[in-house]
Design a protein around this ligand. Structure first.
Ligand SMILES: [Zn+2]
Length: 207
């Protein structure tokens, strides 16, 4: 028999699913909403629903967007011949905050991780290939910057991308580079400070 009403248990369970939230924090969050005014819970519910309804994947880069093509892909100020490949939308935020890159992005949606059962089929490699081919129609030469995390999964993903590009037989037209490792191995790009990110970007290695 549970001591708490089922409706409270359910809220704790949902908060407990969030990344980095353990059972104790989940319970504290639920109590917070129990204690605070009804408006707080309604406001949270409303913004979450709104996000779910309004946010879509950009059809070009797969970053989160409130329109079919995101603000970066549709901007005339961005150089579409430079594509920075990242794991998730938060990496785009990190690079944009660092202000080092004026090209466009491609969000893979994860990294290859056999331990977690994530293979190449789970990620957007087909879409990436199509994107590269589409960009090659508009530009003589393009640069692909692989900006996956400096860990095992990031390496495996980077190798997969370089193999995929070699198999496309695009020759000299596609230059592939990888972020320089000013970043410590095992680091998460999302949490890297702006200077480290800037340095690793500027010192990227041609592959
Ligand atoms: Zn986009």
């Amino acid at each position: 028999m549970s001591v708490l009403p089922l409706s409270v248990e359910k809220v704790i369970e949902e908060f407990g699913r969030l990344p980095g939230v353990g059972p104790k924090s989940a319970a504290r969050m639920a109590y917070h909403f129990l204690r605070s005014s009804r408006k707080d819970a309604s406001r949270l519910a409303k913004v979450l629903l709104e996000m779910e309804e309004k946010v879509v994947d950009c059809t070009m880069c797969f970053n989160v967007s409130d329109s079919e093509v995101c603000a970066i892909c549709s901007s005339p100020l961005r150089d579409s011949s430079k594509i920075c490949i990242v794991e998730d939308p938060l990496d785009v935020v990190a690079f944009e905050n660092a202000g080092v890159f004026k090209g466009v992005y491609f969000v893979l949606g994860g990294l290859i991780s056999p331990a977690d059962g994530i293979g190449a089929d789970e990620l957007r490699f087909k879409e990436l290939k199509a994107r590269i081919n589409a960009v090659l129609k508009d530009h003589e030469a393009i640069e692909i910057i692989i900006a996956t995390n400096p860990n095992l999964e990031g390496e495996a993903t980077s190798n997969y991308i370089t193999d995929m590009i070699s198999s496309m037989e695009v020759g000299e037209k596609v230059k592939v580079s990888r972020l320089a490792m000013g970043l410590p191995t095992g680091a998460d790009l999302e949490y890297a400070d702006q200077l480290t990110l800037k340095r690793s970007f500027e010192g990227r290695n041609i592959l």
